[in-house]
Design a protein around this ligand. Structure first.
Ligand SMILES: [Zn+2]
Ligand SMILES: [Zn+2]
Length: 256
């Protein structure tokens, strides 16, 4: 039983005192272990893990898109807003103002008050701020999704991503499920390929002994195994820490 980080191995949590599956981490804010933990998000005041990672990605992308659409579609009206603020007489434009031939005069907000104009400007500024912040966040979220690595695992030594399925679609499927229309919908994956307990190794199926051990943990966590905790059983030899991972558990970590 390994403590700390150890990809492809079951570890135990020193704070909760329970065994935890691969890629699970203890969150100090939530005071709980979270399966396939990505990070604790202060904006949603919750952890992002296996069961809400898809919704988190959608929140970032759809939120950024909605804010961008809001800003772009209201930007032309800012011209009238600035005009109303400059005139300061309760009218956005001179009476009789025309956008030109072919444009309906209904498009011109003649009686735009200064207060309304400022509200519109503020609204656009907030929309722009949200679009920029979520857009920047998307630049961190999407590449991780495409390579099947979590924010926590980015602290692993460089170039080490044992969970990379070597394909954007296969990596996305680990979070979004098998490709389908549900990828676009805010619903749980219709055909999940990852249960948050067992993770396929890169390229080849897991070793026989390791697969056996992980299958036992899977049954134990899902209630299918009614016997004693797998902790009390002899551990398959392949569950020991591989030498190249030895330095990982000693690294300081904010996630425990
Ligand atoms: Zn824990
Ligand atoms: Zn948390």
């Amino acid at each position: 039983m390994a403590h700390g980080r150890s990809p492809h191995h079951v570890t135990s949590c020193e704070k909760c005192g329970v065994p935890r599956p691969d890629r699970a981490h203890h969150c100090k804010v939530c005071n709980a272990c979270v399966m396939r933990m990505d990070h604790h998000c202060p904006w949603i005041n919750n952890c992002v893990g296996i069961h809400n990672h898809k919704f988190f990605v959608q929140l970032v992308l759809y939120g950024a898109a909605a804010a961008a659409v809001g800003v772009l579609t209201s930007a032309p009206w800012l011209l009238f807003c600035f005009s109303a603020i400059r005139r300061d007489d309760g009218y956005a434009v001179e009476p009789g103002f025309s956008l030109g031939e072919g444009f309906s005069s209904n498009l011109v907000p003649f009686d735009l008050s200064v207060r309304e104009a400022w509200a519109m400007v503020l609204d656009c500024a907030l929309g722009l701020l949200v679009a920029v912040l979520l857009g920047l966040l998307a630049f961190g979220v999407v590449p991780n999704l495409f390579s099947n690595i979590t924010t926590i695992e980015q602290n692993y030594p460089r170039n080490m991503n044992p969970f990379d399925q070597e394909g954007v679609m296969a990596n996305m499927a680990q979070v979004f499920g098998s490709p389908g229309p549900d990828w676009l919908l805010p619903v749980s994956p219709w055909q999940p390929v990852c249960d948050g307990l067992v993770f396929p190794a890169r390229g080849a199926p897991p070793l026989h002994g390791q697969a056996q051990g992980e299958a036992l943990w899977h049954l134990w966590y899902t209630g299918g195994y009614k016997g004693r905790s797998p902790l009390s059983l002899s551990r398959p030899a392949s569950l020991g820490s591989p030498p190249q991972m030895a330095g990982l558990s000693a690294r300081a970590s904010p996630w425990g």
